[in-house]
Design a protein around this ligand. Structure first.
Ligand code: GUN
Ligand code: ZN
Length: 436
C-alpha cells in the first residue's frame, strides 16, 4: 500500500446515520478520539476510533484537529447566487423586496465578468460558513448559470443550480421568453447535468413571474429530464398567494397551479410553503415533493412562521429540508439557520432538538436530495466533504460550553451562538478549500 495516496485526519468525529426524530440518540455515533482515512480520489475509506485504526494506515500523513469537531459539511437546499451580496435589503415584504432591490441586482448578471466574479465570491462565502453543497437559483441569464457551474466544477463541489426562468411581472431586462428559456435550460442540462459533481435544477422562479406557457414548458422539461431537480417558490407570503389567485383563477390553490403543469414530483423543491392547506399538503405528499424551510428569510421578510410539525405530522406528511435562502435569508451560516429554525419551532410549541437540526442541515438534506450515498454523512465510500468546527470559537461560546453537559448541549450552543467564526476548516473531496 502506498501511504502517500491517503491522508489521515484526527478529530472528535460526529457521524449521523439516521434521523434523530425517528430513532433518538441512536441516530449518531461520535468518536471523541476519532480518525478518518481519505483516499486520493477524495472518498472516505475508513472512520472510527483512533484506537481501532488498522495498522496499514498508521503511517499515513496526518493532520490533528484535537478536540475540535469533524462532521459532514452543511448542505443548503435553497439560496440565490445573484443575491450573494444583497443580504439585509430593508423592505416592507416579499414583493416590495423583489421589486425595489432584487430584480435590479439580478440584472447585473447579464454581464459575464460580473457573474463570474460573483460566482467565486459566492462559493468562498459558502465554504467559509461550512456549506459544502447547495441547490442555488442562478439569474435569468444562461451565461451566469454557466459561470456558476464552471466555478463549482473547478472546486469539485457537489452542486445543483439552474438558469431562472421568468417571462412576466418583472423588469424587461431580466425577462426571458418561454421558448428561449426552455432552450437555454436544455442546453445547460446537456452541458452540465451529471458532469463531475454538477447537477441541474429546472428553475421557474415562481407562478407570478412565469406565464402559463412557461410553466407548461417547465413541466415538459422536467418530464424529458427526469433525473434533474426542479426548484421554485410556493406559498411564501399572503400577498403573493392572493396575486397567484388572481393570475390563475381556475386553480384550486397555489399548489394546484404547479400540479396542473406537471411541476410536482420527488425531485421538486418548493421554497417556503408556509401557508399550505391540508389539500395542498396532500398533493405535495402524494407526489413526494419537498418543502424547503427558510427560517431567517421568513422572519426577515415577515412572510410567516412555518410549522414544521404541521407538515411532517399531517395525515399526509410532507418532506421538509432546511435552507438559508440567501439573500432573503440573513445569514449564510447553517448553524445560525438551525438556531432560527429552533426559535420558529418554539413559537409553534414544537421542540426542535440540536441533533434534529444538525441532522436536517447534513444527512437530512442529503436524503431529501437523494444524495445520501455521496454526501451529508461521514461514511465509507462517501465524498470526504467535511468541516472542522471549534465549539469554543468565540469568548461567549467558550464560556457557554463550560456548562455543556453533553454533545447535544454543545451543538445546541453552536446553533444558537455560532456562525462562520466556528468553522475552522472546510474540505471538499479531501482537499482543504478554506481554513481560518
Ligand atoms: N419568490 C420569488 N423570488 C424570490 C426570491 O428571490 N426570494 C424569495 N425569498 N422569494 C421569492
Ligand atoms: Zn428563494
Amino acid at each position: 500500500m502506498n501511504i502517500q495516496k491517503f491522508q489521515l485526519i484526527y478529530a472528535h468525529i460526529i457521524c449521523f446515520k439516521d434521523d434523530p426524530s425517528q430513532v433518538g440518540d441512536k441516530a449518531l455515533t461520535d468518536y471523541k478520539t476519532g480518525a478518518l482515512i481519505i483516499d486520493d480520489k477524495g472518498k472516505i475509506t475508513w472512520v472510527g476510533d483512533k484506537a481501532n485504526l488498522p495498522n496499514k494506515y498508521k503511517q499515513v500523513p496526518s493532520t490533528n484537529f484535537g478536540k475540535k469537531y469533524l462532521m459532514a459539511g452543511f448542505i443548503d437546499t435553497h439560496l440565490h447566487y445573484p443575491q450573494y451580496r444583497m443580504l439585509a435589503a430593508p423592505a416592507k415584504n416579499l414583493m416590495d423586496w423583489l421589486n425595489r432591490f432584487t430584480f435590479k441586482e439580478e440584472a447585473l448578471y447579464g454581464d459575464i465578468d460580473h457573474a463570474s466574479q460573483a460566482a467565486e465570491l459566492f462559493l468562498d462565502f459558502l465554504l467559509a460558513h461550512g456549506t459544502t453543497s447547495a441547490m442555488a437559483f442562478s439569474s435569468v441569464h444562461k451565461q451566469a448559470a454557466n459561470c456558476l457551474f464552471e466555478a463549482t466544477d473547478k472546486r469539485n463541489m457537489a452542486f445543483i443550480t439552474g438558469k431562472t426562468m421568468m417571462d412576466r411581472n418583472a423588469p424587461e431586462n431580466i425577462l426571458d421568453d418561454p421558448e428561449q428559456g426552455a432552450l437555454d435550460s436544455q442546453s445547460l442540462i446537456d452541458k452540465w447535468h451529471g458532469k463531475g459533481r454538477q447537477r441541474y435544477a429546472i428553475t421557474p422562479r415562481f407562478a407570478i413571474t412565469s406565464s402559463d406557457a412557461q410553466l407548461k414548458l417547465s413541466g415538459q422539461l422536467y418530464k424529458n429530464n427526469p433525473s434533474c431537480y426542479l426548484q421554485t417558490h410556493l406559498s411564501e407570503s399572503l400577498e403573493e398567494i392572493n396575486m397567484v389567485k388572481d393570475l390563475f383563477p381556475k386553480a384550486k390553490d397555489y399548489t394546484d397551479v404547479y400540479d396542473h403543469f406537471g411541476i410536482l414530483g420527488k425531485n421538486s423543491f418548493f421554497g417556503h410553503g408556509i401557508h399550505l392547506s391540508e389539500r395542498e399538503c396532500q398533493a405535495l405528499s402524494a407526489s413526494h415533493s419537498k418543502v424547503v424551510h427558510c427560517p431567517t428569510s421568513n422572519m426577515f421578510l415577515g412572510s410567516g412562521l412555518l410549522n414544521i410539525e404541521y407538515l411532517k405530522n399531517a395525515s399526509n406528511p410532507v418532506d421538509v429540508s432546511l435552507a438559508s435562502d440567501i439573500g432573503g435569508g440573513t445569514n449564510y451560516s447553517m448553524l445560525h439557520t438551525i438556531g432560527e429554525a429552533f426559535k420558529i419551532a418554539s413559537y409553534n410549541n414544537v421542540s426542535l432538538s440540536a441533533y434534529q437540526g444538525f441532522y436536517m442541515a447534513t444527512l437530512g438534506n442529503a436524503k431529501q436530495l437523494g444524495l445520501e450515498n455521496e454526501i451529508g454523512s461521514i461514511k465509507v465510500k462517501n465524498w470526504a466533504d467535511f468541516i472542522i468546527i471549534d465549539p469554543e470559537a468565540t469568548p461567549v461560546l467558550a464560556a457557554r460550553q463550560q456548562l455543556s453537559e453533553s454533545l447535544e448541549d454543545a451543538l445546541f450552543a453552536l446553533a444558537i451562538l455560532g456562525d462562520d467564526r466556528a468553522i475552522k476548516a472546510t474540505y471538499i473531496a479531501g482537499r482543504c478549500l478554506h481554513n481560518s
